[in-house]
Write a protein that binds this ligand. Structure first.
Ligand SMILES: [Zn+2]
Length: 437
C-alpha cells in the first residue's frame, strides 16, 4: 500500500464542474485512488500503519488541478512534426503522411509515442486518447512511462492490408479489455466514414459491442468529408453513421466541425463524445466547430491536440485557450466560451467525452489520482484576480511543475522521472532520418 499526500496547494477539484478555489485543503491517495479531498485539518494524521511508505508533496505556491485529458491525438506523429506543413488535409494525408507511415517500424512507433508522452507529461496531460498503427507498441510506451492512455489501432478500409489491420486492432482491444489495466483503456479506431466502407464499419461496430470498448473515429472534419458522405450515403456524416448503427455503441468523434442542428441532436441523444481540436482545424483550414451549440445542447465535449503533423505540439492548455478564443470570434460573442467552460473541457469534459468520467476528470474520493501542480510563481500569474482565468488565458505548459498519474509521480519539480529524454531524442532523430532523410 502506498500513500500520497499533497498539502499546501490551492485546489480546484472540478467535481461536478466546480471551479471554486479551495484554500487550506489537502488531497490523499492510497494505491492510486483518491481517498480524501477536503480541509487539511480534517485529514486523519495516521490512517495507515507506521511502516507504509508515505509520499508527501508540498504544493505551496501551486494550484492543484485534475490532470488534463487529451481527447484526440496520434502520439507517434511527433515524428512528423515540421515535416510537412502548410498544406490542405487531403494532399497532406495522401502525399506526405500515408507514404511515410507505410515505412513505420515498431521502434519508430515506440520512440515517437514516448516523445509524445514526455511532451504531454510536461504539459500536465495525464490521459490521452490515441489512434495509431501498432497499438500494442504505443501502449507499451505509455505503460513504460506511466501515463494513462486510451489506445486504438487505426482501421482503414481503402488499403490492401485492411484485414490485417482489423485483426490486429480487434485482438489488441480484446486482450487489453480482458486485462482490465488501471491505466490502459482500449478502444477501436475506424479512421473515418470516408476511409472505412460500410461493410467494414458494420464489422467494427459489432466488434466494439462484443468486446465492450468504445470507438474512436474522425467525424465531419472538413467540408469535403460532408460532400463525400452525401455522395456515398445521401446523408451528412453524422446522420449516415447514425443510420448504420455507429452510435449504438460508445463513440468518441474527433473534430465534428461540420454539423447541422440534426447532427447535434443525434450527438446529444446518442451520448457521442466530441474531441474538439481547434489547433488542427485552424492549421489545416478545416473550419471552426460549433462548440458553443454543442455545449448548450448538453454534448460531452473535450479538447484534443490531434497529431503533431497538424498542430504541431501536444500542449492541451494551448488547445483549451484556442477553444475559448475561436468560439468567441466564430460567434461574435465574447461570452460564447468563458474560462471555466474551457477549463472544464480540458478536464472533466474530456473525461466524459472519452467515457472515463467515472474514474478521472475531477479530484474526488473514489476516482483515480491523476493530478497536476501548476506553479503560480511567475509574472504572468500575478495579480491573482482569478486562477481559472489565469489557467486559460495566461498560463503556459511550462508552468506545470508536478504531474501525477494513478497516484504515481511522473514529473516532480519539472523533472521527468520515468523517461530518459536524451535517449528518446536520439532514437527519434534516427527514426526521422529513416522516414524522411
Ligand atoms: Zn486525428
Amino acid at each position: 500500500m502506498a500513500t500520497l499526500r499533497i498539502e499546501g496547494a490551492q485546489i480546484i477539484t472540478m467535481a461536478d464542474g466546480d471551479t471554486q478555489l479551495r484554500e487550506g485543503w489537502a488531497l490523499e491517495a492510497v494505491d492510486g485512488a483518491i481517498t480524501y479531498v477536503g480541509p487539511a485539518d480534517q485529514l486523519a494524521p495516521a490512517r495507515r500503519p507506521a511502516n507504509v511508505p508515505d509520499s508527501r508533496i508540498d504544493g505551496s505556491g501551486c494550484l492543484l488541478l485534475p490532470g488534463f485529458v487529451n481527447a484526440h491525438t496520434h502520439a507517434a506523429m511527433t515524428l512528423f512534426r515540421g515535416a510537412a506543413d502548410d498544406m490542405p488535409l487531403d494532399p497532406w494525408l495522401k502525399e506526405k503522411i500515408w507514404p511515410a507511415e507505410a515505412k513505420l517500424t515498431e521502434a519508430d512507433v515506440y520512440w515517437g509515442t514516448l516523445l509524445g508522452c514526455a511532451e504531454m507529461i510536461r504539459a500536465g496531460v495525464t490521459c490521452f486518447c490515441d489512434m495509431y498503427h501498432l497499438p500494442r507498441v504505443g501502449a507499451r510506451a505509455a505503460m513504460d512511462c506511466g501515463i494513462r492512455m486510451c489506445p486504438s489501432g487505426v482501421l482503414l478500409g481503402i488499403v490492401p492490408n485492411a484485414e490485417d489491420m482489423f485483426v490486429e486492432a480487434t485482438e489488441f482491444a480484446r486482450e487489453f479489455a480482458a486485462r482490465d489495466d488501471l491505466c490502459v483503456h482500449p478502444m477501436l479506431g475506424p479512421h473515418a466514414p470516408y476511409t472505412v466502407p460500410r461493410e467494414l464499419m458494420e464489422r467494427v461496430i459489432a466488434a466494439a459491442e462484443e468486446i465492450g470498448v468504445p470507438l474512436h473515429i474522425h467525424v465531419a472534419e472538413t467540408e469535403a468529408n460532408v460532400a463525400e458522405s452525401m455522395a456515398t450515403y445521401g446523408k451528412r456524416p453524422v446522420q449516415a453513421m447514425d443510420e448504420i448503427g455507429l452510435f449504438d455503441v460508445d463513440v468518441l468523434g474527433a473534430h465534428c466541425v461540420y454539423l447541422d442542428d440534426r447532427d447535434i441532436e443525434i450527438i446529444v441523444e446518442k451520448r457521442v463524445g466530441v474531441a474538439h481540436c481547434p489547433g488542427s482545424n485552424l492549421k489545416l483550414a478545416s473550419g471552426i466547430a460549433r462548440t458553443r451549440d454543442l455545449l448548450a445542447a448538453g454534448a460531452r465535449v473535450g479538447v484534443g491536440t490531434d497529431g503533431c503533423g497538424s498542430n504541431n505540439n501536444l500542449d492541451l492548455l494551448e488547445e483549451a485557450r484556442l477553444a475559448a478564443l475561436i468560439a468567441k470570434v466564430d460567434t461574435g460573442d465574447p461570452t460564447a466560451m468563458p474560462a471555466d467552460a474551457a477549463l472544464q473541457m480540458a478536464t472533466l469534459g474530456g473525461a466524459r467525452a472519452i467515457f472515463l468520467d467515472h474514474c478521472i476528470g475531477s479530484l474526488e474520493a473514489g476516482k483515480r489520482c491523476d493530478c497536476i501542480l501548476v506553479d503560480l510563481d511567475a509574472p504572468h500569474m500575478h495579480p491573482r484576480h482569478s486562477l481559472v482565468s489565469h489557467m486559460i488565458y495566461a498560463a503556459q505548459a511550462a508552468d506545470v511543475r508536478t504531474t501525477v498519474v494513478n497516484g504515481t509521480v511522473l514529473m516532480r519539480d519539472r523533472e521527468l522521472l520515468t523517461i530518459d529524454l536524451g535517449e528518446t531524442y536520439a532514437q527519434v532523430a534516427e527514426s526521422a532520418e529513416r522516414l524522411f532523410g
